[in-house]
Design a protein around this ligand. Sequence first.
Ligand code: KIV
Length: 269
Amino acid sequence: MSANPERSQRLTVPAFQAMKRRGQKIAVLTAYDFSTALMLDQAGVDGILVGDSLSMVVQGHENTLPVTLDEMIYHAKMVGRAVQRALVVVDMPFPTYQLGAIRAIENAARILKETHCQAVKLESTADQAEIIEALVGNGIPVMAHVGLRPQTVHVMGGYRVQREEQRLVQDAKAAEQAGAFAVVLECIPSSVAARLTEELSIPTIGIGAGPGCDGQVLVSHDMLGLTPQPRPRHVRAYAELGETIARAAGQFCEDVRSGQFPGEKESFA
Ligand code: KIV
């Protein structure tokens, strides 16, 4: 069978890049399962990221280090089955790209082959440029992730705003030069993010990087109010679903215990 250009309705990597050229802001959210991905896609997000944040918000670990490649693929498959329109990007977990280009290509290729997702994301400094180049050169689109890089939490000694402008500019430009199609800028000063957005030809997707980026990404659990407060400063909760779920579950318990549930309507004759 030959490739059918009509088949996929999803946004492509070039379409994502064209949004920057048109000055069209890019909205990205994370998802880790079929139902959430379906709702976010139908709501019109441009990109869905199967983030390694799943290690924390789904698996309950204290950082993003424990999640494995098999686990990322397991969740990315669910997301891949749901999404019709958004570009789907999957995080390469620690340390699936740190051990050399061949290992990185093998691992990223598994993600693309097994999940029906279109690109990978990796946390990078200028030191990872060679890895990005090897992936892109072998047909694997890469979204880079610069600034606060959660996989290096132990080196950073915590999650801190990254303020070294020269280093940030060097890292983001190295990613672009190596062929990354977009770059996430996490927790950096707004002025630096705005400068990078101006100077790079690829889209910048900010999280805690101010309004000057080409797009924004949030962890959906934060944005939906499913994570406990206080939340990081850069988060805006558009709903408090955690409270709604707790209230609904509490009401269910009360109704079961008082005999209010099930009623006639929920029972069969
Ligand atoms: O893992 C993740 O969800 C991310 C976003 C915070 C960008 O990398």
